[in-house]
Design a protein around this ligand. Structure first.
Ligand code: B12
Ligand SMILES: *[C@@H]1O[C@H](CO)[C@@H](O)[C@H](O)[C@H]1NC(C)=O
Ligand SMILES: *[C@@H]1O[C@H](CO)[C@@H](O)[C@H](O)[C@H]1NC(C)=O
Ligand SMILES: *[C@@H]1O[C@H](CO)[C@@H](O)[C@H](O)[C@H]1NC(C)=O
Ligand SMILES: *[C@@H]1O[C@H](CO)[C@@H](O)[C@H](O)[C@H]1NC(C)=O
Length: 355
């Protein structure tokens, strides 16, 4: 999953950059700013009805300058009150950065995280790059709060990264050396085009892209100034109205396949289901489950929305590094089941595999 490695490296790259560095060499043209405001509003409005207090959203909101002060207060309050016991290292780190970005004292959450990182060891040396994603967020949070105590922890983490056989070098942004110079403005223009096409609807994807569009990174978290409350109304551009979905149905071929577990549980079953055109993949899964109990599935709520945790009673597991991967033909999907919209006659496979 080169893409995952890329995500991690982008994060590490952000850590190694200094915030005093000159502003990024590219920016959003002012005429296109309303599009950026538009996705910020979608992200902020998602807070009110959400059952999942998402720290990444609060960080993005505070870095960008929040519009919806009610959402900002609610999320800050929920995260202050949240119990750290069930959180992973990465989630705890994000919660700390979110509280700092709201000018709140994270209290003993920092020492809890520090202890976790002092005890941290990678599950194996040839670890898949993304298993470093959470711990690298922890290093970032600790460095922002107590640089002196964080230093030995960060040094040990860096040594593990360098010793690991993962095909990446901690100071590069991409796993492979690019053959030409990175064009920042071209990247921004592509993102703006995708925003106009309505591709940024998932609040978490907005939370990850928004800071950079406002010229900010997570390194700016300690510098956020919490000015007195004054609601600012954003200027927005309307999204192109969604293509009117005719009442017609499409057919999606759906295969579930497990070639990993004990013999009696191996299966490769295919079903063809009919769903309304424009439905997300989740509707295909529900329809398949309704028609055949073998397609029974379970989901878990995460910061990105619903993740498929189990199919036909086979569940992904962090220790075994197993998960249900979704593919279109042979290509892995780049969105989750609650966002991806299948096309007519598409062949979707859920394949139980390892990362
Ligand atoms: C690690 C990782 C995974 C691991 C998570 C397991 C683990 N224990 O580490 C595995 C390999 C299982 C995974 C699976 C998938 N992932 Co993934 N994943 C990541 C990654 C690199 C880091 C997440 C993380 O650790 N965050 C930090 C912690 C602190 O936050 P967290 O909220 O607790 O993290 C959890 C969620 O992110 C969740 N999760 C991970 N991926 C996905 C994807 C979806 C759709 C959902 C709902 C949840 C989810 O697992 C994390 C650990 O529990 C992100 C990159 C990124 N930019 O966020 C991509 C990312 C979130 N994944 C992505 C995708 C597309 C998927 C898959 C749909 C891929 C596929 N073709 O099957 C599947 C999910 C399928 C399903 N069963 O529903 C995309 C989502 C893009 C989008 N716009 O929706 C991202 C952004 C990568 C990318 N740029 O393409 N992923
Ligand atoms: C939140 O949910 C209520 C009730 O279901 C609904 O009326 C409202 O429009 C929702 N708000 C947003 C921002 O989605
Ligand atoms: C599973 O079934 C699908 C659809 O019939 C087929 O394309 C695929 O090759 C099969 N995979 C395995 C591992 O048997
Ligand atoms: C169209 O799809 C819906 C599910 O979205 C399903 O309930 C219905 O039976 C389908 N109609 C036909 C004619 O297949
Ligand atoms: C499905 O997963 C198995 C086990 O990891 C793997 O061998 C196979 O190549 C995967 N199939 C696809 C289509 O990715």
């Amino acid at each position: 999953m080169a893409r995952a490695a890329l995500q991690l490296l982008t994060l590490l790259w952000a850590v190694t950059r200094t915030s005093t560095q000159t502003q990024s060499s590219c920016s959003v043209p002012s005429a296109k700013q309303p599009w950026v405001n538009g996705i910020q509003v979608i992200m902020e409005d998602s807070v009110i009805n959400s059952t999942f207090p998402n720290p990444s959203i609060l960080i993005a909101m505070n870095l960008a300058g929040a519009y919806n002060l009610e959402a900002q207060k609610l999320l800050t309050f929920d995260l202050m009150a949240s119990d750290t016991a069930g959180l992973t290292t990465g989630q705890l780190a994000l919660t700390i950065m979110a509280l700092i970005s709201s000018c709140r004292d994270p209290g003993d959450k920092i020492s809890t995280l520090q202890t976790q990182m002092e005890d941290w060891t990678p599950s194996s040396l040839d670890s898949y790059a993304s298993t470093f994603y959470g711990p690298s967020l922890a290093i970032l949070a600790l460095c922002q709060n107590h640089p002196e105590t964080a230093l030995p922890i960060a040094a040990r983490f860096a040594k593990v990264l360098l010793a690991s056989s993962s095909p990446f070098d901690a100071l590069s942004v991409t796993p492979e050396r690019p053959n030409k110079e990175w064009d920042c403005q071209q990247t921004v223009d592509t993102i703006l085009d995708e925003i106009k096409e309505g591709k940024f609807q998932n609040p978490m994807s907005i939370a990850q892209i928004l800071p950079s569009l406002k010229g900010k990174t997570y390194l700016d978290v300690p510098q956020v100034s919490c000015s007195p409350d004054q609601e600012v109304k954003p200027t927005q551009s309307d999204f192109p109205s969604p293509v009117p979905t005719s009442a017609s149905n499409i057919t999606v071929v759906y295969t579930i396949s497990n070639q990993l577990r004990g013999v009696e549980l191996l299966f490769n079953v295919t079903i063809s289901v009919s769903v309304k055109k424009g439905s997300v993949l989740l509707v295909v899964l529900e329809e398949a489950q309704r028609r055949n109990p073998k397609f029974k599935f379970e989901t878990t709520m995460t910061s990105w929305g619903l993740q498929v945790s189990s199919i036909n009673n086979i569940a992904g597991n962090v220790n075994d590094k197993t998960y249900w991967q979704f593919l279109s033909g042979k290509t892995p999907l780049i969105e989750g089941v609650a966002d991806y919209i299948p096309f007519n006659r598409e062949h979707i496979t859920a394949n139980f595999t390892q990362y």
